[in-house]
Design a protein around this ligand. Structure first.
Ligand code: M6R
Length: 630
């Protein structure tokens, strides 16, 4: 998830002369930096040439670079702030990427799934590549089409036509913005499964990943549809589909203030991140399998023979990431038949764990910097284990020190309470489980393909929950005075219950516990008194019969003792209605995938309750986003 800005104004003496491309683009990048801050770059078109600067690290590094090596004045420019996916956060991998002999500059958000095949094709034509990015491949493709297919002749459609032809070849998710030295007053952009908005000015036009990219200059915006190309000049905006047919965007007026624009119009980063979840899961799944469902986890550079010989998996993580691990354990054991333990990182090395060369350590960390997890990984490595990191932060310490990494592509998570990273971690861990099953022959390719297809349907189902969240929000508000809330679940619903409780503790500062529903009768049921709110995560009635029936009995047990039950159940599960004060229905999905859905209402509940109490949901008291002490 990167931030993208584009600008075209008029040259001095015409139209709005006060804006320089550099200033507009830098201001946009500053507002979009929340989308990624691994590196930043900018390109302007001036005097018939492209000039660009790029730098790894935060935007401030780019600004220092620009002060040391200023760019010429220009009225056309593009800028990028990066959340690394292909290739680490280095100067070389930063955007823009150039092609056509330095005359074309391209920036990109997303993942080009067929970049390897295109790279091979272009390499055979003599193109050389400087970076490890898929973006440079897209730049080379557009450059090649512009120069060799269209003859570099703008009468043939120029950059817009080259973009069109390229988009017909590109697979995956992308927002692309390109400028060319031969067309100094034009920015061409394209989008598929990745955001892009046009800002309409007076004698100037803008592009941004979202409206915060240009909110300081205009409130008039145009939302682009899927698979569209837009060509902006200072006075025009032309939209087509990927085949050149005219298309239309949807114009709207932005009445957010600049601060809320960075949060996508949501009052908090946490709420925005909850709404980012369909995309976080989609991006994490993208580009990891072919049409036959064959998984190719390119980043997983561990010898496949070693992976085949693994006889035990230990998942190491803390907090929410550990709950993602607990969910993953059910799937990995079922799919791969490898014994899988989940251990809190800070407990691991103090108990003399049994770890050897056949142990696969899977660490899960959003930040990649959690000291407890880092120390546990180091310890496991010393014992000879192989280590894989599931991480959301490219280039952070834990993936760097691990033998292999599987990145989640949730984009930066700013709110302290983890939401979208949790769902992306589960998705990534499932990919790892399926990959091991494929490698070790535990599952037929067709079975893997079916599970991937079910996973592919999850983002739309999360969206459905988000679109129908009024009931759970009301509940959160109504329960603002609750002193304690309990959460029950069985099987994969158990870690979901613990995650629901953790969200409530950290955001609303009230007592909350998640229990395995079967454990109730062994003690916790004594907590139940008249009016005690209890959330129950109910498994699908279409799954294992006994599981559903057992949880329904547990609801009855607590209800009989006065609990107020709030039940999360699958659509169509009529049986639970009789025992619930409130039923929150979620879309049908296979049991193992259900946590990707059932967690969402619990996040929304905690957010609504904490907001009703007037608490800061982005920065709850006593907590830090990245815990870099043991
Ligand atoms: O960055 P990590 O995933 O390693 O962080 C682990 C925990 O500190 C983190 O999940 C924490 O529990 C969150 N605040 C939960 O919302």
């Amino acid at each position: 998830m990167c931030g993208i800005v584009g600008y075209v104004g008029h040259s001095a003496g015409r139209g709005n002369t006060e804006h320089k491309a550099l200033d507009v683009v830098l201001e946009g990048l500053r507002r979009l930096e929340y989308r990624g801050y691994d590196s930043a770059g900018i390109a302007v078109v001036a005097d018939g040439t492209i000039s660009s600067r790029k730098k790894s690290g935060k935007l401030s590094n780019l600004i220092a670079e620009l002060e040391a090596h200023p760019l010429p004045d220009a009225v056309t420019g593009i800028g990028h702030t990066r959340w690394a996916t292909h290739g680490g956060p280095t100067d070389m991998n930063a955007h823009p990427h150039l092609s056509d002999g330095g005359k074309l500059a391209l920036i990109h958000n997303g993942i080009i799934e067929n970049f390897a095949e295109l790279k091979q094709e272009l390499t055979a034509k003599g193109v050389t590549f400087l970076s490890e990015t898929d973006t440079e491949v897209a730049a080379a493709l557009i450059g090649d089409l512009y120069r060799n297919h269209l003859g570099g002749d703008n009468a043939n459609g120029g950059l817009t036509k080259a973009m069109e032809l390229a988009c017909q070849r590109l697979e995956g998710a992308f927002t692309l913005l390109a400028v060319h030295a031969d067309q100094p007053d034009v920015v061409v952009a394209a989008r598929r499964n990745s955001p892009l908005v046009v800002g309409l000015g007076e004698g100037e036009n803008f592009l941004g990943s979202d409206v915060s990219g240009f909110i300081d200059y205009t409130r008039r915006a145009v939302e682009l549809g899927q698979d569209q190309i837009v060509t902006i000049t200072a006075d025009s905006v032309a939209i087509t589909d990927f085949f050149g047919a005219p298309a239309e965007g949807k114009e709207y007026y932005v009445n957010w203030d600049p601060a809320s624009a960075e949060k996508g119009g949501f009052p908090s980063f946490m709420e925005k991140e909850i709404h980012d979840q369909p995309d976080a899961v989609l991006q994490t799944l993208l580009g990891r399998s072919d049409v036959d469902g064959k998984l190719t986890l390119d980043e997983l550079r561990i010898d496949t023979d070693l992976l085949k010989s693994v006889d035990k998996i230990i998942v190491l993580a803390c907090g929410t990431s550990a709950y993602a691990g607990q969910v993953a354990k059910y799937a990995i054991e079922r799919w791969c038949r490898i014994p899988t333990e989940v251990e809190l990182s800070h407990e691991f090395r103090y108990r003399d764990p049994i770890v050897d060369a056949n142990t696969l350590i899977v660490s899960i960390s959003q930040s990649g910097e959690t000291m407890d997890t880092l120390m546990a990984v180091r310890y496991a490595k010393e014992q000879g284990a192989k280590t894989v990191s599931i991480c959301n932060t490219n280039g952070s310490t834990i993936p760097r020190e691990s033998d292999a990494v599987l990145y989640t592509h949730a984009g930066p998570e700013i709110a302290v309470a983890s939401t979208k990273a949790f769902l992306a971690q589960i998705a990534a861990a499932y990919l790892l489980g399926l990959y091991l099953a494929q490698l070790r022959g535990n599952k037929f390719q067709g079975e893997i393909k079916d599970i991937l297809a079910d996973l592919g349907k999850v983002p739309a189902k999360i969206q459905e929950i988000l679109d129908n969240a009024e009931q759970i929000k009301e509940l959160g508000k109504d329960m603002a005075d609750a002193k304690s809330v309990l959460f029950l679940g069985r099987h994969v619903g158990f870690p979901v219950a613990m995650e629901g409780a953790l969200k409530l503790k950290e955001l609303a500062y009230i007592h909350a516990e998640g229990f395995a529903a079967g454990e109730l009768k062994h003690g916790p049921i004594a907590l139940i008194e008249e009016g005690q709110p209890v959330f129950v995560v109910v498994p699908s009635p279409r799954g294992r019969d006994s599981l559903h029936a057992k949880v329904v009995s547990n609801i009855q047990e607590v209800r009989a003792r006065g609990a107020k039950t709030i039940v999360i159940a699958e659509e169509g599960d009529e049986a639970v209605k009789a025992y619930a004060e409130h039923v929150i229905y979620i879309p049908e999905t296979p049991t193992l995938l259900a946590p990707l859905l059932s967690t969402v209402p619990l996040q929304i509940f905690a957010l609504a309750l904490a907001s009703a109490k007037g608490y800061d949901v982005d920065q709850p008291r006593n907590l830090a986003k990245s815990v870099t002490v043991e």
